[in-house]
Design a protein around this ligand. Structure first.
Ligand SMILES: Nc1ncnc2c1ncn2[C@@H]1O[C@H](COP(=O)(O)OP(=O)(O)OP(=O)(O)O)[C@@H](O)[C@H]1O
Length: 241
């Protein structure tokens, strides 16, 4: 395992206008090829952590890096380009473009960067996410789970250093959610992909290697391969505090 973490936050604080301390000195290191879930009560800072880690937002103090690149050192133009190249995103609402085929949705990040898809990688990915034979369909012709799998393939088309998931199973029924989690697990185990996922669902988080628990802008706990019941209990007790 490399010494350079895929994602590192060092003493990150984020204070929003109005004085809300969304992050209060967060230090984390995510090793490459691991699946990390972030849980915590509403308002605990999960989205802010993800946004700072992914270069979508800048910390008020402290630093964030991906694969050793300090995001704060990049100006906005460079940061946007770098993010497109090095970071993949999967959201709750798949965010596929209805007028484009599944193939064009998956390869969109490359085309936006003026690059040609590596056909072999595209074929590998499509096979891995189980969408072979569906590339010429429109997103609306796919089930919710298939659409999310297309979104996962889109997130991976650039071979990013890390894929961030913001409630990626939040809109899916139990069985389909499990399929998408199986896929994320497979990408971590089979391809060495690094995945960081924010979720409210203890069963989803229990599929990760490490689960970070946030409260009041801080990481207050870290579990290795916990079961869902342990996580549910921990979150409920934090919500009561
Ligand atoms: N743009 C903003 N301006 C001001 N305050 C904000 C902004 N974004 C988030 N906050 C505040 O920062 C704190 C952390 O918010 P954040 O969205 O990171 O929490 P969260 O754990 O992701 O919540 P949820 O689970 O409800 O999505 C909250 O108090 C929130 O109200």
């Amino acid at each position: 395992m490399s010494a350079t973490p895929a994602v590192a936050l060092n003493g990150v604080t984020k204070t929003y206008r109005g004085g809300v301390h969304a992050l209060d000195g967060v230090t984390i290191a995510v090793e490459r090829g691991t699946f990390v879930a972030v849980m915590g009560p509403s308002g605990s800072g999960k989205s802010t952590l993800m946004h700072c880690a992914a270069g979508l937002d800048t910390p008020t103090s402290g630093s964030a890096s991906i694969d050793g690149t300090d995001i704060g050192r990049l100006n906005e133009t460079k940061r946007t380009k770098w993010r497109r190249d090095r970071v993949g995103f999967v959201f709750q609402q798949y965010n596929l473009i209805p007028s484009l085929s599944v193939r064009d949705n998956i390869t969109l990040p490359l085309r936006l960067a003026g690059k040609k898809p590596d056909q072999q990688w595209l074929a590998t990915l499509v096979d891995r996410v189980g969408l072979a034979g569906r590339l010429d369909r429109r997103p609306t012709e796919l089930s919710g789970g298939q659409q999310q799998r297309a979104a996962v393939a889109r997130a991976l088309i650039n071979k990013p250093a890390v894929v961030f998931g913001d409630e990626p199973t939040g809109a899916l029924d139990l069985r389909t959610a499990r399929e998408v989690l199986d896929l994320l697990r497979d990408l971590v185990d089979g391809l060495g992909q690094t995945v960081v996922m924010v979720t409210h669902d203890p069963a989803a988080a229990a599929r990760a290697d490490i689960v970070l628990i946030m409260a009041d802008g801080r990481v207050v706990d870290s579990f290795e391969r916990p079961d869902a019941a342990t996580l549910a209990y921990r979150i409920t007790s934090l919500e009561k505090e």
